[in-house]
Structure formats: structure tokens, C-alpha cells
Ligand binder design. Structure first.
Ligand code: UDP
Length: 244
């Protein structure tokens, strides 16, 4: 896997997943060539949602980069003999940040009031060369969307991190990125909560054993209904395999 090599496209439930690539380096290369990219970090829940949500499906199919964020997606690729490492979106962003030069600014949008600001402050210390374009919480009404976009565009960010949850972040990125087509746009889900220190990532043991979902269920038991998407995803992947 050499830096800058273009990703290879594979498929899970008819959706693209890109593999065999140093994603962070490839994205920075794209940025420097003036090519913006919409990055989707796909997991089982999103893949299942895309089966009934046509707009989400089309966004994933047209995204410049779809990375295997969830253990379920990695498992599904493995069933067809494709061993790929899992790359959570949160880790991808942490790999991109130190590569940015001061003219490549980052905008943070999402999470509860104060969180994005706290993350921006921490990043200024952790990555002294990183320039923050701006930040704003993710609790705004649909009628405020134009104003939020205007705030972002004004700061000319090279990287826009949108953490509003799926699928709203994907819908907005699709709609908004026309205004900044040369930037990288990444839907980061609940990553700001983790960076801000208000939620914890699963300990390494859970990550290494594809059990991050189990830790999340323990942390946020009210998500159990959403998590039914996981066994549903597994059964659907197996059923599609049998059909073939
Ligand atoms: N969020 C937000 N605005 C909203 C609803 C949610 O900014 O109107 C944030 C929420 O605070 C959290 C993130 O979106 O930080 C969603 O996190 P979750 O872990 O549910 O993301 P997903 O599982 O969809 O990736």
C-alpha cells in the first residue's frame, strides 16, 4: 500500500467500499490537486438505512471515498475473501490533521453547544500547525441551514467535518459541497463527543475483537433498537450471497 495510490472499489450490498489505500494521504493529494472529495464512513447501520433511503443510497454511490468504518462491513468484505483493515472515520480524521499545512484550514460543525469549540482548542495544542477555520454546534433548525452554510463558506476551509448523525450530515454535505467543491467533506457522526471527552471510545480489546458495537450498547443502552440493524445486516449479506 503506497501513499497516494488510488483506492480500489469493492461492493457490500450493492454499495461501494474503497480499500487498499492510504486514505489520509490520498485525500491530502486530492486536496492539493484541487479535487474535493465527499468521504462517507460506512457501517452496517448505514448500509441497511441505504436499502430504503434512496437519497442516502445515491449519496453513498456517488461519494468520492467510502471507507469501511464498521466491523460488519469488514466482515462482509471478508466473506468474499477480501481481508481489509477497519478504518473508523475518527481515526481517518486524526491521520489527516497532522498532514495539513497552515493554508489548509479545518471547520468543525456538529455536536452540542461548546463541544466543537473545545475540540478546536485541544487540536490547537495537539497540532500546532493546524489552522481552525471555525466551529459551530450542530443544533440548528432547517431554516438556519443557509446561514450555517454561509458561515462555513466565508472561512474557506479545506476540510469540513460534519458531525450531525446519519443521514442528515450526508444530506447536508451533498447539498452544501457545491459551494466548496475543492474541499474535503467528511461526515463524522458522534466523533466530536469523543474528541471533546464527553464519550469514550471502546477500549482496545473491544476494538481489536470487532466488539466496539457491544461497548457502545453498554454505554448507550437506549440505542438497542438502532443496533438491531447489525444482525439484520449480517442476515441480508448472507442471503444475498446465497442468492448469487
Ligand atoms: N447532533 C447534532 N445535531 C442534531 C442531532 C445530533 O449535532 O440535531 C450530533 C449529536 O450531538 C452527536 C452526533 O450528532 O454528536 C450524532 O452522533 P451519533 O453517535 O448518533 O452518530 P451516528 O451513529 O449517526 O454516526
Amino acid at each position: 500500500m503506497s501513499p497516494g495510490v488510488a483506492p480500489v472499489q469493492r461492493s457490500v450490498l450493492g454499495l461501494p467500499v474503497h480499500v487498499n489505500c492510504d486514505y489520509a494521504q490520498w485525500l491530502v493529494d486530492q486536496l492539493r490537486q484541487g479535487r474535493g472529495v465527499h468521504v462517507v464512513t460506512i457501517n452496517a447501520e448505514m448500509a441497511m438505512a441505504a436499502r430504503t433511503d434512496e437519497q442516502l443510497r445515491s449519496i453513498i454511490q456517488n461519494a468520492g471515498l467510502v471507507i469501511p468504518d464498521g466491523a460488519g462491513v469488514v466482515w462482509a468484505l471478508g466473506l468474499t475473501g477480501q481481508k481489509v483493515p477497519r478504518t473508523p472515520g475518527i481515526e481517518l480524521v486524526e491521520q489527516i490533521l497532522p498532514k495539513l499545512i497552515p493554508t489548509e484550514k479545518v471547520y468543525l460543525l456538529g455536536a452540542k453547544p461548546g463541544y466543537a469549540e473545545r475540540v478546536a482548542q485541544q487540536w490547537q495544542i495537539k497540532f500546532p500547525n493546524l489552522k481552525i477555520a471555525g466551529y459551530r454546534d450542530g443544533y440548528f433548525r432547517p431554516e438556519e441551514e443557509d446561514q450555517v452554510l454561509e458561515q462555513i463558506v466565508k472561512t474557506l476551509p479545506s476540510l469540513v467535518l460534519v458531525g450531525l448523525g446519519v443521514p442528515r450530515q450526508e444530506y447536508l454535505i451533498q447539498q452544501w459541497r457545491r459551494q466548496l467543491p475543492q474541499s474535503l467533506w467528511i461526515g463524522v457522526g458522534g466523533s466530536f463527543d469523543i474528541w471533546a471527552g464527553t464519550k469514550e471510545r471502546a477500549p482496545q480489546f473491544f476494538r481489536d475483537n470487532s466488539l466496539e458495537w457491544l461497548y457502545r450498547l453498554y454505554q448507550e443502552p437506549y440505542r438497542w433498537r438502532r443496533m438491531l440493524a447489525l444482525p439484520h445486516f449480517a442476515l441480508t449479506v448472507l442471503a444475498e450471497g446465497v442468492k448469487r
